[in-house]
Design a protein around this ligand. Sequence first.
Ligand code: GLN
Length: 482
Amino acid sequence: MKLYELSLMQLINLLNKKEVKAEEVIRSFAERIERIEKKINAFITLNLENAINSAKLIDQKKQKGKLAGIPFAIKDNILTKGIRTTCASRILENFVPPYNATVIEKIISEDGIIIGKTNMDEFAMGSSTENSGFFQTKNPWDLGRVPGGSSGGSAAAVASMEVPIALGSDTGGSIRQPAAFCGLVGLKPTYGRVSRYGLVAFASSLDQIGPLTRTVEDCAYIMNLISGFDPKDSTSSNQPVPDYLSEIKKEIKGLRIGFVGGNLIENVDSRIRELYNEILHKLEKNGIGLEEVNFTYWEYALASYYIIAPSEASSNLARYDGIKYGYRVSSYSNLKDLYSKTRTSGFGEEVKRRIILGTFALSSGYYEDYYLKAIKTRALIAKEFKEAFNRVDLIVSPTTPEPAFKFGEKLDPISMYLSDIFTITANLAGIPALSVPIGLTEENLPVGLQIMGNYFEESKILNFAYLLEKDLKFYQYKPNLT
Ligand code: GLN
């Protein structure tokens, strides 16, 4: 087996036993990237030379960190000091951050190595990475299909074994949906579990950073290192961080699983429904307590998300005015003209659509009809989850209503928005949720199961996901890329 084919934990074991050097690991991935990146287009910016130099320095260190020699791909909306961070937007095309996001500081302090910045939907708005201001990223399982989004570059990089691990961000499903499309484990942590300091804000009350990996163990390992309170993020939580890695191996007894059923499932693509039902039957056969959970307000989740997220975005994106950051048009007649021309040509269609939508929803006269109603619905959704978690430990659903779709298949924004029907509620409620692969369709497309848990119960989610993974062993399937 080649080094690039190994999981994060397998690499860490080899590195710890000194059977390989950091430099060998990084070179193996760098060669893989050089060979297949042309087909995948996962990266906006590569940092290969610096990565190899960092590996050499790490090899000389006596005391090595817990990620020594591990290459990371980072979504291009997470700030990396000295490495261009574009959010896949023309407006930030040449922006080089002067500081690191907290998660990057944490990775670097453990000797992790940033190998590149990944493609995404512009400002994380989208579900296919087709909204990138630069280019499309291909799904490694089928190059004619999207990798999902908005963290599509991160997912494609891990699935194609260009890196063992990547970070993404999830505002309405952007880690879990691409994880499902690319056959990976993707976790959106509880709101506040992982610092958002240095994550370029899209919708601040919904955004969370999280990992994309090939195994549940890898996910648990990195969560140990990136979670926790950060004085630089006022919404980060000071709840103690458990040792996720040892938690996932504990035996679980008397688990009660709620499952999403009814209309929501009837409308799902039959290829997904079959695998979902198979899993539920399997759980039942293994004596796990199952209960259908019904949500009255789930059907309003999409509508309230598409008021709340654009409203927050319209405010967050006001800072890109051609003065403070990035791109500015070269000819303009006055200040207002400068703002208007810069924003008109710097932002893509979807970003402008969201800014207009959000500005409208927040404007006086419409605020009560739209924004206020949306946040009331959000509170009701959170309440329903709370009540459900009094009866069950975890709630499962499909991660997506269909497997990876073809490029250009969802040009109408509403059909694209519907991709998030299962993932958005977790962001509205602030609860943790993970996607774990449960199989392949006949066309060899991965399918994901979403596992949602109560606040700060990532351990329970990971524990259950680990159980499924041990049984299904999905990680042995790899996309056919040569
Ligand atoms: N697809 C959703 C949107 O377009 C979610 C994006 C995300 O989670 N960043 O808003």
